[in-house]
Ligand binder design. Structure first.
Ligand SMILES: [Zn+2]
Ligand SMILES: [Zn+2]
Length: 274
């Protein structure tokens, strides 16, 4: 079964309209597609839906498309929500929610500092908020993920170690460092405890930032040990990247010892053998 549940549209920073993505999914022989535009935030981010009016239009269009293509593909209305301390997340009209942290608000809430930005933006975050201390940045990022996991109602954690897109050369830290392994262990325990899904996201590879998936293979190994269920996602921002590196992800999971992945099918999250 071919499926993809992390897909962006031109409602946010994706290139294509939802219908173009769905038509491509049908062409690829996919059985299920979940669309997950970035939810609006109060910070006026350019890469999200602008406001609730646009969000309602998105929900309306998704309803129409579900009906139009119901004989050809299962379509799910998702959203990628940002966690920035606001824990009330409504599931109204949504089939699922991906929870992600892309930024941290400044203390006075006047601006956002990106962890998922370009290198300059990342350095600004590191220097302005954490005095250049990468350990503090990573710990704070993961504390937000744990807070989100513990307080928000959602399905799946998005791109768990997204900040590594600016650390491909090991410029800021290496993933072998004990403090890093410890904090990752704590995050995975929280995810398992609350029974959240974790995505394997190929978006950092398709966009040319890194060579590995989010999260790194050693983290996926720990997920397997802890019994965390994983979902394969592309984080496509264009129809060209639907299912990106899917076979490679399955290969990696098999190597690690996974015998199944989790898919949204007939309205429920289910396990599918690989
Ligand atoms: Zn994201
Ligand atoms: Zn995304």
């Amino acid at each position: 079964m071919l499926s993809d549940y992390h897909v962006h549209t031109d409602y946010c920073d994706g290139k294509d309209a939802p219908e173009e993505l769905i038509l491509q999914a049908i062409k690829l022989g996919m059985q299920a597609i979940g669309i997950s535009s970035h939810a609006p935030t109060p910070y006026g981010c350019f890469w999200t839906m602008k406001n609730n009016i646009q969000y309602e239009e998105y929900i309306k269009e998704m309803k129409i498309l579900k009906e139009r293509y119901k004989d050809q593909i299962q379509i799910y209305t998702g959203i990628e929500k940002d966690y920035y301390g606001e824990a009330y997340w409504s599931r109204k009209n949504l089939d699922y929610i991906i929870g992600s942290v892309h930024f941290m608000p400044s203390e006075d809430n006047s601006r956002v500092y990106y962890v998922d930005g370009n290198k300059d933006e990342f350095k600004n975050t590191l220097n302005d908020l954490f005095n250049g201390d990468i350990k503090k940045l990573v710990e704070h990022y993961f504390s937000l993920i744990i807070e989100m996991v513990n307080t928000c109602d959602f399905d799946m954690v998005g791109h768990l170690d997204v900040f590594k897109k600016n650390n491909e050369s090991g410029e800021f830290f290496t993933e072998n460092e004990l403090w890093y392994k410890d904090i990752v262990n704590d995050v995975l325990d929280a995810i398992k405890e609350k029974n959240k899904l974790l995505e394997i996201n190929s978006g950092g590879i398709s966009r040319g930032y890194i060579k590995d998936f989010y999260p790194s293979p050693w983290i996926l190994k720990q997920c397997k040990t802890k019994g965390i269920n994983v979902v394969l996602n592309s984080d496509a921002h264009s129809f060209k990247n639907l299912l990106f590196h899917r076979e490679k992800a399955i290969e990696l999971l098999k190597e690690i010892g996974y015998t199944y992945i989790t898919v949204l099918y007939a309205g429920k999250w289910k396990q599918l053998g690989i």
